[in-house]
Design a protein around this ligand. Structure first.
Ligand code: NAD
Length: 461
């Protein structure tokens, strides 16, 4: 198994630089072949990927397929569109600049570093890699040490399917990450928490390296009265408790119209039983918390408000039951940070302004959910709040649409990816202006005497 010598990332970086300079990665056929190889990597190794995800997170096979192996859709989208994306685009030139012509050429940035988290440890390494390959870069990817089975598998598979001077995995924790960050990359793509993102951005600033930061936050979920109650309940329950709530775009807390709250709460309780049975601890469809540290942090949140469903924990199994909390105070610790676990606080509002004000009093979230058929309310929420993305009458599904850029705003991130946005993230758009020798009007050359009136007319000022 070839793996990066993590004590000396510069060696592999230099190898990648030499490979990049050959220009091989710029060839569109090469990129297409590599995307197909990546797809094959996923297809050939589905069983091992599922096994690794189960070992790391007790991830159910269905969820592994839907949310991690599902990266195949992202690869297919890039394969289908790469010829279009890589074509230089014509830019318009004003008539008075005849006979210039202008084009915008996308070109790769060079060597990119992709650092990932543990919650979707396969998807969140491969999906950015799709953009990096499509735009013609070399890549070093650093998976999270907290999902070691997936990290080991990624390292093994990437070295089997790709040349290390093209794509390689650097395994390790904070130390590896910091050694990599000390080097000069052409782009750093980071998925993780806001605190570490600040460290990444500070390291990148030393080399003037551009960054994409895919972060998290407290994504609110507003529930109005004009809804299909049953569907709303199912969609919220699924989006919140998939992967045991360890999803960056999981609804973090509910903001529910007071009139519908009793029905919603009853429905959520029933739905939890329907999804995970009387004892979710024995359900094959419910994941576990990644580590003791995260378990302890979440267990502390159970002291907030009143538990109205769930609340059971088992530290040996890193199990926290899907839990609903009522009577939360806005000053409770659970409302101070991203929950990132299977605990759902339910907060009621009487007037929608209360909900909007609460959302706007917090850092901008990665996602915002609104359940309402009321078009005026939909418009109002879109206009008065800011978030990475919005999904109306559903949760989490926005991540599955490759034509929608995925990313945050403010504290929830910088930049975006998926589909064309991923290609753009790892590309530089080079402006190219071309003149010809057919004509050389001398209006701009000295001596300027007598030429100012014409210039003024052209500028229009
Ligand atoms: P994290 O920030 O703790 O770790 C992410 C990566 O950074 C890991 O590979 C880790 O090894 C590395 N790292 C940790 N400490 C470091 C340091 N001091 N210096 C350099 N590198 C360091 O995040 P996490 O706990 O793995 O993931 C959870 C967070 O990620 C949540 O906030 C979640 O919302 C966010 N997230 C965002 C998205 C998204 O697409 N926007 C997706 C998944 C998770």
């Amino acid at each position: 198994m070839i793996s990066v010598e993590t004590s000396n990332p510069r060696a592999i970086l230099n190898q990648q630089r030499e490979f990049f300079i050959t220009g091989k990665t710029k060839d569109v056929d090469f990129r297409l072949t590599q995307l197909k190889t990546l797809k094959q990597l996923v297809i050939d190794n589905k069983a091992d990927i599922i096994k690794a995800l189960n070992a790391d997170l007790h991830k159910p096979e269905f969820e592994a397929y839907a949310t991690e192996i599902g990266v195949i859709k992202e690869i297919n989208y890039a394969i289908k569109n790469i010829l279009n994306w890589t074509k230089p685009q014509k830019a318009t030139v004003p008539w008075d600049l005849f006979p210039y012509s202008a084009k915008i050429h996308p070109e790769p940035l060079g060597i990119v570093l992709i650092i990932g988290p543990w919650n979707y440890p396969f998807y969140l390494m491969i999906a950015p890699l799709v953009g990096a390959i499509a735009s013609g870069n070399c890549a070093i990817i650093k998976p999270s040490e907290l999902a070691p089975h997936t990290a080991n598998l990624l390292s093994e598979l990437i070295s089997k399917y790709f040349l290390p001077e093209y794509i390689t995995v650097a395994q390790g924790g904070v130390e590896t990450s910091q050694k990599l960050l000390a080097e000069k990359f052409d782009h750093i793509f980071f998925t993780g928490g806001t605190a570490i993102a600040k460290i990444v951005m500070a390291a990148a600033a030393k080399h003037l390296t551009p960054v994409t930061l895919e972060l998290g936050g407290k994504s609110p979920c507003i529930v109005d009265t004009e809804i299909n109650l049953e569907q709303t309940i199912r969609r919220i329950t699924w989006g919140k408790f998939i992967n045991a709530g360890q999803t960056c775009i999981a609804p973090d807390y509910l903001l529910v119209n007071k009139k519908i709250k009793p029905d919603l709460v009853n429905g959520l309780k029933k739905c939890l039983q329907e999804f995970y049975g009387e004892t979710p601890a024995t359900s094959p469809d419910f994941a576990r918390i990644i580590s003791k540290k995260h378990f302890d942090r979440l267990a502390n949140f159970l002291k907030c408000g009143e538990i109205i469903a769930g609340g059971e924990t088992n530290p040996e199994e890193l199990y926290i039951a899907p839990t609903l909390l009522d009577h939360i105070s806005l000053a409770d610790p659970i409302m101070e940070e991203e929950i990132f676990g299977p605990i759902l606080p339910i907060i009621e509002y009487t007037d929608i302004d209360e909900a909007i004000n609460l959302i706007n009093s917090k850092p901008k979230p990665l996602a915002l959910y609104l359940f309402s058929e009321n078009k005026n309310l939909q418009q109002r929420i879109l206009q008065t709040t800011s978030s990475g993305g919005v999904c109306i009458n559903d949760t989490v599904m926005q991540v599955a649409v490759s034509s929608l850029p995925f990313g945050g705003v403010g504290d929830s991130g910088i930049g975006s990816y998926h589909g064309k946005a991923g290609f753009d993230t790892f590309s530089h758009y080079k402006s190219v202006l071309k003149n010809s020798f057919r004509l050389d009007i001398n209006w701009r050359y000295a001596p300027y005497q007598g030429k100012l009136p014409l210039l003024k007319r052209l500028i229009g000022g």
